[in-house]
Design a protein around this ligand. Structure first.
Ligand code: FRU
Length: 504
């Protein structure tokens, strides 16, 4: 086993930096994933679009880099996030050409899904179309989709809400290489929102409206966001529910929700294609863990909606940088809606990668910890059902190497599932108060189902058949951290149906 933090069955950037997934689509017999990419260093820099494809969501093939920043209006920040759509058999890609004070949308087209030509009409869309409602510095991440016989586009904006920025930023404050870090003195105005535009040909667009408006049953925080709803996405679930995904920056923490500085959000409701308004019926956090952002979906020919997210978080340290790379992605997840919430399950193709099954009937633990025969590994799937019984805390210690451990346990008194990476391995720093503990509100429970995916430096936890997910990276010794302990504190707990598979 090589001594590297690189995950084995998750997509990761080969060298350099990667962030948002972009342009996810099924096209010409393959699923395509593009992503934000800086090939020269493991740091954010002028963005390229890297490109990988798969036929089974497990094995990914590197394709030629799809976009490089080579136009005068995109050289500083590059080709930022966007999406793809098929039209007349060709694959169109729309991205945000970003400069520090101006974000515009551009098109590129491909006949083979591999080689892209930027369109001579670029930029095809500037913030003027929305003026005076929005702010030209924040107009990004176009997500195109078809509805009826037209194309629609969602993008993240700052909506001025009747207000207006009085003066442009002083010239000496305009030069920054990171659109996420505006010049210090320069106060951004307006509130985060999303806009809807319509087109018949992808080149000419009409503004329909902005999506979010105050709704008394939901916090003002969603409407008065001091940031942008980045990387939106929209789909209709197989059961007919409409789902709006987005990644709001700086969404304030609300009890046990939105513990990261930037969040992954879903809203269920209804998009009015005439006004652009999205009536919200329910809001939820997609993943309650540490590392999840900028999720995008694609629809498979069999109807499944598959989501992939950046399995990292802004404003954090990246221990893998010592290996000259930074950037991983979640497992592709199948999305459905049930009981008014988003359900996410690991893509079913992953089952074909299970090897060497180990099955253990039932194990009871009273105030202590045990290991179970053969239940070891750090490139594995681990399933079990926990009955917390009388224990105050019960769960698993993963990635144990003698010195380190990652905890995932149910705190019965609080009704919380806790993911604790305090002692997991190489330290992670971040801007938030606590960068090592995340919780997921399960409430009082007699039994909890776990489906865990461990991959060297990565843990994805699917709880209760995908009703909850918690994802995070940990950096223990990649060779030695294979130990797994089942524990209970303050009473007795039972673990049943324990199954472990190597994933290959
Ligand atoms: C989200 C984001 C996008 C932007 C891209 C730049 O993570 O900030 O809004 O297009 O990253 O790489």
């Amino acid at each position: 086993m090589s001594k590297s933090y690189r995950p084995r069955y998750h997509v990761s950037v080969p060298f350099g930096w990667a962030n948002d997934p972009n342009g996810t689509i099924y096209y010409k017999g393959k699923a395509h994933l593009f992503y934000q990419y800086y090939p020269h260093k493991p740091e954010w820099g002028p963005m390229h679009w890297n490109h990988v494809t798969t036929k089974d969501f497990v094995h990914w093939e590197q394709r030629p880099v799809a976009l490089c920043p080579d136009r005068p209006y995109e050289v500083v920040c590059g080709c930022c996030s966007g999406s793809t759509v098929e039209k007349d058999g060709r694959l169109y890609l729309m991205y945000t050409a970003a400069q520090p004070t101006m974000q515009r949308q551009c098109l590129a087209v491909s006949d083979d899904g591999d080689h892209f030509e930027k369109c001579p009409e670029n930029p095809v869309l500037t913030a003027e179309i929305l003026s005076p409602e929005i702010y030209e510095e924040d107009f990004r991440d176009p997500r195109i989709f078809r509805h009826g016989d037209a194309f629609y586009l969602l993008a993240g904006i700052r909506w001025l809400d009747g207000g207006r920025r009085t003066e442009p930023a002083p010239a000496n404050q305009r030069e920054t290489t990171d659109p996420r870090q505006p010049a210090p003195e320069h106060k951004k105005e307006g509130w985060g929102n999303l806009c809807l535009l319509k087109s018949v040909d992808l080149f000419h667009w009409d503004y329909v409206g902005h999506l979010l408006y105050p709704q008394p049953e939901f916090s003002e925080d969603f409407y008065r966001l001091d940031g942008v709803y980045e990387c939106p996405d929209y789909f209709v679930a197989d059961t007919g529910e409409e789902v709006l995904l987005s990644s709001p920056q700086n969404l304030p923490r609300s009890k046990n929700l939105y513990q990261n500085i930037h969040s992954g959000l879903y809203m269920l409701g209804h998009l009015d294609f005439d006004t652009g308004r999205f009536r919200v019926d329910a809001i939820g956090e997609v993943d309650s863990g540490f590392d999840f952002y900028a999720a995008q979906t694609l629809r498979m020919p069999d109807g499944r909606v598959i989501m992939i997210a950046w399995k990292e978080m802004w404003d954090r340290s990246f221990p893998s940088r010592e290996e000259e790379w930074a950037g991983t992605y979640t497992l592709p997840r199948e999305l459905t809606v049930a009981d008014g919430r988003l359900i996410q399950k690991p893509v079913r193709e992953i089952e074909a990668c299970r090897r060497d099954p180990v099955r253990v009937g039932a194990a009871a633990v009273e105030d202590g910890e045990i290991d179970l025969p053969g239940v070891v590994g750090n490139v594995i799937e681990l399933k079990f059902t926990l009955a917390p019984g009388s224990a105050d805390k019960a769960g698993v210690k993963l990635f144990c190497d003698g010195a380190h451990e990652t905890l995932l346990y149910y705190d019965r008194k609080e009704g919380l599932l806790v993911f604790d990476r305090q002692s997991a391995g190489a330290a992670i720093t971040g801007r938030e108060e606590d960068v090592n503990r995340r919780v997921c509100d399960l409430g009082p429970r007699d039994s909890i189902e776990f489906d865990l995916f461990l991959d060297v430096s990565s843990l994805e936890a699917f709880i209760d058949g995908g009703r909850h997910a918690m994802t995070g990276n940990v950096y223990p010794d990649p060779e030695k951290a294979t130990g797994i302990r089942f524990f209970a504190e303050g009473g007795a707990a039972a673990f049943t149906g324990v199954e472990k598979y190597a994933i290959e």
